[in-house]
Each structure stands twice: as C-alpha cells, then as structure tokens.
Write a protein that binds this ligand. Structure first.
Ligand code: NAP
Length: 414
C-alpha cells in the first residue's frame, strides 16, 4: 500500500511474522508516533539514546529505520482534522512494531481516547508493564531493590469493554427490566448499569502470553490476580481459565502452587514455573510488603489498571514507568504518562518512561545487548545524580538537566 503522508525509509526492511515468530532484519523499519505536549521532547531525546545504544552494541551491523506515523494533534494538522488516520493503523498492521509518545484525548464531542482506540482496533490485548527499580531513583520503599516484576493487564474486555447504560435512558430501563423480571435481579432504582464481560478466549490468550514471557525470561512464577471470591463468574472464571491454559498449553513448564507443596515439598524445581493466584485486594499489600514473591502477574483489565499504576509508584512513579500494548503480531510501546501540557516544548521533563518503553521494544526484538547498554548507562547517569527536575526535587545534591541533556549524559555513559 502506498501512503499519503507516511514516508517509508529507504534501505531498511520490514519486520515480519512467521508462525507467530517475529523475523527481525538487521535494518528494521520501526514506526513512531511523536505524541502531543511533551511528546516531541521525550521522543527526540529517546531516539538519540536508542540509536546510540544500537550502534554501541552492534557497531553499525544493525540500525533502526524510523518511520513517522501520525496520531493526535500533529495528525489533525496534517490530515485535515483527523486525529487517528486509517493509514496509521495500516502502517502498524504492515510494519508490526511501533512506539508512541503520549496523546491528548480531545475533550468533549464524541471522542474516545486515542489510546483506547489504538488498542481496540489493532486488538492489542495485553498491556505489559515491567516494574523494577534502578539504583539511585527516588522511591518511597525501604527496600526498593526487591521490586522486579512484570504486570500483564488484559486490555480488551471487563468493565472497560464500553457496555454501559446511563440511568434514565430507554436502554438502561430495558436492561433493568430484563434483569429484574426475567432473572430476578435486585438493585436500586435509577442505577447506572455496566456489563463486565470476561471470556475464556480473552483470558487464555492473555495468560498464555504472560506464561510465554515467564518461560523466555526464566522467571519463577506467574500470579493470577482476581477478585473471584466475590465476582465468581467473571474474575473467578479468569482464575479458573488461567490455571487451565497453564496446564493445557504449558504443562511441561509449569506446576501449580498446590503441587509445589503436595509433590515437591515446597522446593521449586529449576525448570518449572509456579502458577499461583492472589485475590486483587491482598495483592496490593503483597507487592508492598513481599515483592520478592512476584515475577509475572496476569490480571483482568480494571484490577490490572489500578495495580500497574500503584506498582509504578514503588519504583519512581509514572515518569519512568514503561509500557507496551501487545497483540498476536503487532506491538505498540508507549510512555505510560500523559502529555503534561504545561511542560510542552520546554525540554524539561523526564524521558524515562518512553526511554524504557524503547528498552522493552529492543528486548521484544531480542536485541538484548542494545537494551542492556541503555540500562547500564541509565544507571551510571543516575549514580552521577544527573537527573531531570522531577527527580532533582526528591534528591539531595543532584544536578538538574534538561530532557536533551539527560539523553546526552546517558549516551556519554555508554
Ligand atoms: P500527565 O500528562 O501524565 O501529567 C501529570 C503530571 O505528571 C505532570 O504535571 C507532571 O507532574 C507528571 N509527569 C508526567 N509526565 C512526566 C514526565 N515525563 N516527567 C516528569 N513528570 C511527568 O497527566 P494529565 O495532566 O492528567 O493529562 C494530560 C493529557 O494527557 C490529557 O489530555 C490526557 O488525556 C492525556 N493522557 C494521555 C495518556 C497516553 O497517551 N498514554 C495517558 C494519560 C493521560 P508535576 O506537575 O508534579 O511535575
């Protein structure tokens, strides 16, 4: 397909997928969406760091061909008011891997969040958020080094599926009548009504992705997070289907926590991942008090949303928390914070969230060496107390630098 405003970089090749396996050429084309507000500042800084790390790790053998695609305010300017043009979706379908800055959700007038639309249209069903601490990063934890886990949040169903009926509308009254008269349900008059679909299909593909990640990275456990004691047929079913897919598809690699005690006397075999489950409320305490017990967590949409923001706060906050939305083939990596419009174009904010989303992206491509170069250089930079304003205000004797200067310091430390 030829594009109207997207330019495909010359002398670079598309990433493809064969039988679910990514085929990554040495000179892959990767799509990027600059983002609104602080997006251009953090994207420009991060691209310099990613490129330098690839150069450092592979000495010119590998290089990324950046292909700009458009969404948000920049897109509206180029495509005559269209905030999310069809060719941006098409480019992601064709080139599979992208990374984006934050996008403004225009207020009012029938707009859905651009992020939610991207996830739903491209069926990016897993929101993946690694949570780990880097030495020197300000943290409210007494022992932040114990925090190192990855949350897989289901991205397409649950109460976020958008099936909601406002109190007082004919649709709401119809559903309320049906629930009361046909099913004997009891609830107050005038209640807004939302539906919470959680399916076997949606659960199993999410949990399977979390287990595959755990196998690939030699993690020790996958915890299913749910509120199944109360919501038996949605959250409880998530738990049940999670255990089922572990046994059906990954029986050689996994044991349940019950089996760990009944068959292995509590001694985890080297080659087995323990599948366990935790109730959604207690997990918030456990991640604070016993973070070492968790490696990978899989959660339905709403619980996963709360949990991933709370967990990010343990290791430095959203300013440096990375994330990705991943489907069967397409993956879109993204800064997890918003556009912070009051800081737009000031070259001021922390590029950490986008920077580490890029680290996740390099790992997804299995360019482990380049990812490691960035992690090491980032750590060295923080150890030198060279930081942006947000960290500087929480540290003593730190040097405050601009976004671009921080990127330069990371590159200098490679
Ligand atoms: P926000 O843009 O995340 O900013 C809230 C505050 O978080 C900022 O004022 C700043 O705090 C801090 N912050 C955010 N990013 C930072 C960074 N890179 N470095 C340092 N500090 C950072 O949230 P918002 O103001 O609620 O939302 C603004 C817009 O972003 C809205 O249009 C919203 O729809 C959109 N949004 C987009 C996404 C996305 O694209 N994924 C996500 C969330 C929100 P201080 O003022 O304390 O320094």
């Amino acid at each position: 397909m030829s594009f109207q405003h997207i330019h495909i970089p010359e002398n670079f090749d598309p990433i493809t997928s064969v039988d679910g396996e990514l085929q990554v050429p040495d000179r892959p084309i990767i799509a990027f969406i600059e983002g609104d507000g602080i997006g251009p500042d953090i994207m420009n800084a991060s691209k310099r760091v990613w490129d330098a790390a690839v150069e450092k790790a592979y000495g010119g053998q590998r290089q990324i061909g950046w292909m700009e695609i458009y969404a948000g305010e920049k897109s509206a300017g180029i495509y005559g008011g269209d905030y999310l043009p069809e060719e941006s979706f098409e480019a992601l379908r064709q080139f599979l891997i992208g990374i984006k800055g934050p996008l403004t959700t225009p207020v009012g007038g029938g707009f859905r969040s651009l992020n939610v639309t991207l996830r739903q249209v491209l069926d990016l069903y897993a929101c993946v958020r690694p949570v780990r601490w880097y030495e020197g990063v300000p943290s409210p934890m007494k022992e932040p080094w114990k925090v190192d886990f990855t949350i897989f949040r289901e991205n397409t169903e649950d109460v976020y599926a958008g099936i909601e009926y406002e109190a007082g509308t004919p649709e709401n009254e119809k559903i309320a009548r049906f629930l009361r008269e046909e099913l004997g349900a009891k609830f107050f008059d005038g209640a807004g009504i939302g539906i919470k679909p959680i399916s076997e299909f949606g659960t199993k593909r999410l949990v399977a992705k979390a287990i595959r990640y755990a196998i690939e990275r030699k993690k020790k456990s996958v915890a299913l997070v749910h509120k199944g004691n109360i919501q038996k047929y949605t959250e409880g079913a998530f738990r049940k289907w999670g255990y089922e897919v572990a046994a059906e598809e990954f029986g050689d690699y996994t044991i349940t926590e019950d089996e760990l005690w009944s068959s292995y006397d509590g001694q985890q075999p080297e080659d087995k991942i323990v599948i366990k489950d935790r109730i959604a409320d207690i997990i918030f305490q456990h991640l604070l008090l016993r973070p070492l017990e968790f490696d990978v967590l899989a959660a339905p949409n709403l619980n996963g949303d709360y949990l991933s923001d709370a967990a990010a706060a343990q290791v430095g906050g959203l300013g440096i928390a990375p994330g990705a939305n991943i489907g069967d083939e397409i993956a879109l990596f993204e800064a997890t914070h918003g556009t912070a419009p009051k800081y737009a174009n000031q070259d001021k904010v922390n590029p950490g969230s986008l920077l580490f989303s890029g680290v996740m992206m390099l790992e997804h491509l299995k360019w482990w060496e380049a990812a490691k170069v960035i992690e090491d250089a980032y750590q060295a930079t923080i150890a030198q107390k060279i930081v942006t304003y947000d960290f500087e205000r929480q540290m003593e004797n730190a040097t405050k630098v601009k976004t671009s200067e921080f990127a330069t310091a990371v590159i200098d430390n490679m």
